[in-house]
Design a protein around this ligand. Structure first.
Ligand SMILES: [Zn+2]
Ligand SMILES: [Zn+2]
Length: 273
């Protein structure tokens, strides 16, 4: 009898423990996503002002909550920028944020960091800036920032070979908190042509990404879907950059995507099913 109670408790306790440590992704807008694993927090592409009349802007209250570091946006370890386009990045806002929150690091392509450095007051946040300097075809880069393992590879922007000059970075970020480790992949506005990805086969094989966040157009082509299922070594994916008027082709694709600010997904680690 005692043994049974002990066993039941063991099952219940281990379950609550798993639950307490589960990592999550919360949709902010467009390609802005908050990743939380215990005390570790990373926020992708949070500040921008351009919606092209099509995409989701960050709701005013959410934007204020980020600047005020209100939960869940408190104690951000890093802000990560995929590329310096106006629907992903505002140099002024990032500077304003970093001036207010000196413990947060910025990880961003050189183009974005350069734009910040041109602004008045940027000297004060120099130690918070981590720039990723990758040219086309260069091997991936690995960084350790605030206990995060960050792996970066430059993948051309959608529309290739147009916009080849845009430093679009596919980031893989590993958050390790006590016994729970998860890896996420943010693709920015990556181009869904498998040639860009096959050449980095070793990079994708090196680590499983528990959840990837591809731009939704990956789901609309056979090639995009193949890249996700056969090349990138990802367990689960959630589409981002979804127009506020969700395309019917996406709705009927059966794929998962974020379209409403505040939506959340659990990020399962490699031991969960
Ligand atoms: Zn872009
Ligand atoms: Zn974009």
């Amino acid at each position: 009898m005692n043994r049974l109670i002990f066993l039941l408790c063991l099952i219940a306790c281990s379950h609550s423990k798993v639950f307490a440590h589960q990592a999550s992704a919360t949709y902010v807008a467009n390609e802005a996503v908050l990743i939380v694993n215990g005390n570790q927090k990373v926020l992708f592409d949070p500040f921008f002002h351009r919606d092209f009349g099509t995409y989701q802007l960050v709701p005013k209250e959410t934007r204020q909550a980020i600047f005020d570091a209100r939960p869940p946006f408190d104690n951000l370890d890093a802000i990560v920028i995929s590329h310096a386009h106006d629907d992903h990045f505002s140099a002024e806002d990032v500077l304003k944020y970093l001036l207010k929150h000196s413990k947060t690091k910025l990880v961003a392509p050189q183009q974005a960091v350069n734009a910040i450095r041109l602004l008045n007051g940027a000297k004060a946040i120099e130690s918070q800036l981590v720039s990723v300097n990758l040219v086309f075809d260069q091997p991936p880069q690995t960084l350790k920032v605030a206990d995060l393992l960050i792996e970066a590879v430059r993948i051309p922007h959608a529309g290739w070979p147009a916009r080849a000059e845009v430093e679009n970075i596919v980031f893989r970020v590993t958050l390790k908190e006590q016994d729970n480790q998860v890896t996420v992949m943010h693709l920015g506005d990556a181009d869904p042509d498998d040639e860009h990805y096959i050449k980095y086969k070793d990079h994708w094989h090196k680590r499983i990404s528990n959840t990837a966040f591809p731009p939704y157009w990956f789901y609309l082509s056979a090639e995009g879907n193949d890249i996700l299922s056969d090349i990138l070594n990802v367990k689960q994916s959630v589409g981002i950059h979804v127009p506020t008027q969700v395309p019917n082709s996406l709705k009927s694709s059966g794929k998962d995507y974020f379209s409403r600010p505040g939506e959340k997904r659990i990020i399962k680690n490699s031991h969960e099913h």
